[in-house]
Design a protein around this ligand. Structure first.
Ligand SMILES: [Zn+2]
Length: 151
């Protein structure tokens, strides 16, 4: 009788211990998923992007073959240094509009490596903003002949 009771207590303890270990593993996995670093940061990729002014919603469309983060920093440096290398920075400075942080200002339109395909994607999105009369891009980037099909 005592032996059976001992066996029961042992089994019961083992099952309870396994449940606790399983629960601990699940909590640990959940915490890891919640706190793990983002290994595939969307801003680390290249492609077409849109910078939208947080004040007036005017938009600049651009492309980069490097990371979106790097290109954003270049726009920001143009804003801080007041150098004429970014139409978006120029707009913000001329109208005293805020530059805005990357996660609020920069929208990734499409991830793509540098090349003809990315050029076409960029032109499409520039034209889209142009047709809404909402663009900050240079006028020479928006000529309709660039969008016509040669057939
Ligand atoms: Zn603005």
């Amino acid at each position: 009788m005592a032996c059976q009771l001992k066996f029961y207590v042992h089994c019961s303890f083992s099952i309870q211990a396994k449940r606790e270990i399983h629960l601990t593993e699940q909590i640990s996995l959940f915490l890891w998923k919640m706190t793990k670093p983002q290994t595939l940061d969307k801003y680390s990729r290249s492609g077409a992007y849109k910078l939208t002014c947080p004040d007036c919603n005017k938009a600049y469309v651009g492309q980069t073959g490097r990371s979106f983060t790097q290109r954003f920093k270049e726009h920001k440096n143009a804003f801080r240094s007041n150098i004429n290398t970014s139409n978006y920075a120029k707009h913000a400075l001329e109208h005293s509009h805020p530059f805005g942080p990357i996660h609020e200002t920069m929208q990734i339109l499409q991830c793509q490596g540098k090349g003809a395909h990315l050029n076409t994607i960029e032109r499409y999105f520039i034209y889209k903003e142009f047709s809404k009369n909402n663009h900050l891009n240079d006028e020479f980037n928006i000529t309709p002949t660039k969008f016509s099909i040669p057939y």
